[in-house]
Write a protein that binds this ligand. Structure first.
Ligand code: CTP
Length: 390
């Protein structure tokens, strides 16, 4: 993402302290961040904190007469690429939904020309209060993006909806906010991660796939405007925001989940490193060491990608090939065998577990090598390529 001018509004809730970490993450990512605070927000965290983190003066008062602030409500929101309010209190949502211009933040929101994002945080009862939900519905109808709230334990000790998204989640969503909406209105189904094929109650066969490439692709599809479902084998990764996650363990569970979902999807991207075999008779008890070496009888797992690609109303299918040698030759024969229009070839020893990846895209037009780059950038490039083929 290119450097953006981000106007960060902070209103008065206890989650305001998390806006400090968000400011740090956005500045670290190379963005120009300017902060405005409501008077109530300055009771929770000082403007000095945000001035130090953003490197710019912080405004909180419409009557502040510093030269830069002469027409702050117009100037600051006009030169921003986006205005994001973190946290947005119930009072802030009320003001925005009603077009109020009664303090610096609501005045700036009224005078802005850039997109507006609100990230609510409040007690669950306040969130579910019918007038608040009406205000949220009004804001959405007005084209405002409402991110969250999450469900969870709140500062007040209660549990429910109203918890603010974490700074990392907000930074991740903001990162994709400006992406081209190549896949707007499309439904995308993905598989990711390894599968786990049980031998007994505590052991199994798996592989070293981390799930990072599949999760990065799920995010890239989401950022391109798609409605995304991710069927994931066991990984240590946090669920991507705004993506429907269906966790599974074995190849068979992944197969069932995919067949259940695929009818609604226009695009299927198989990133998972699916175990080719499973143990025929898994033991219902933990196997004990005995005199004889146990023999594991293996049976082949269904090929999820090949099955989906051969459906009568198959979605646009994208496969991955993880090879350790003869990359392009093996990948090309895999593409033809599985009958998929696009295959992403990568070296297993370079890709698995790493944060970066170097891939070659194979389609009917030939080979398209991409540079070694972060998996998030590889994912964006794959999404852009898919869009050209649809
Ligand atoms: N795949 C799948 N179901 C399987 C095996 C693989 O959907 N049972 C998908 C993978 O998600 C990937 C592609 O098929 O998109 C190729 O996977 P890969 O493991 O590289 O190939 P295999 O078909 O397993 O062939 P081989 O192990 O011989 O390389």
């Amino acid at each position: 993402m290119k450097s953006k001018r981000i106007l960060l509004g902070i209103t008065g809730g206890i989650a305001a302290y998390k806006a400090a970490e968000l400011t740090r993450l956005l500045v670290k990512a190379g963005h120009h961040v300017e902060v405005v605070m409501s008077e109530a927000a300055t009771r929770f965290v000082t403007p000095l904190t945000f001035q130090a983190l953003s490197g710019h003066a912080v405004y909180s008062d419409v009557w502040d007469a510093r030269p830069d602030n002469a027409m702050a409500h117009i100037e600051m929101s006009r030169r921003a690429d986006v205005f994001i309010i973190v946290p947005a209190t119930a009072d802030c949502l009320f003001k925005l939904a009603h077009g109020a211009a009664s303090d610096l933040i609501s005045t700036m929101a009224s005078a802005r020309t850039c997109p507006l994002i609100v990230v609510p945080a409040m007690n669950r009862q306040m969130w579910e209060n019918p007038p608040n939900l009406r205000n949220v519905a009004q804001l959405k109808a007005d084209g405002v993006s409402v991110w969250g709230p999450a469900h969870g334990v709140q500062a007040c000790g209660e549990t429910g909806p109203g918890r603010m998204l974490e700074p990392e989640e907000i930074a991740d969503l903001l990162h994709g906010f400006f992406d081209e909406k190549h896949l707007a209105g499309r439904r995308v189904l993905l598989t990711a991660g390894p599968t786990f094929e049980p031998i007994d109650t505590v052991r199994g066969i798996t592989n070293i796939s981390s799930g990072k490439m599949g999760y990065a692709l799920a995010r890239a599809c989401r950022d391109a405007g798609a409605d995304v479902t991710l069927v994931s084998g066991p990984t240590a990764l946090p669920p991507p925001m705004g993506v429907r996650l269906l966790p599974v363990q074995s190849a068979n569970e992944m197969y069932q989940a995919v067949l259940h979902e695929v009818g609604h999807s226009q695009i299927f991207i198989a990133v998972a490193a699916v175990a080719d075999y499973r143990v025929k008779n898994r033991s219902e008890h933990k196997l004990k060491k005995g005199e004889h070496l146990p023999q594991l009888e293996l049976v082949e797992n269904p090929d999820i990608l090949a099955t989906v690609a051969s459906l009568p109303a198959a979605p646009f299918c994208v496969g991955f090939a993880a090879e350790s040698q003869n990359l392009l030759e093996f990948a090309d024969s895999k593409r033809r065998r599985k009958k998929v229009p696009l295959l992403v070839a990568n070296l297993a020893q370079q890709a698995m577990g790493a944060d970066d990846n170097q891939v070659v895209l194979l389609d009917d037009a030939g080979q398209h090598p991409l540079p070694l780059q972060a998996k998030s950038d590889v994912a964006r490039a794959i999404v852009a390529h898919i869009a050209t083929l649809l």
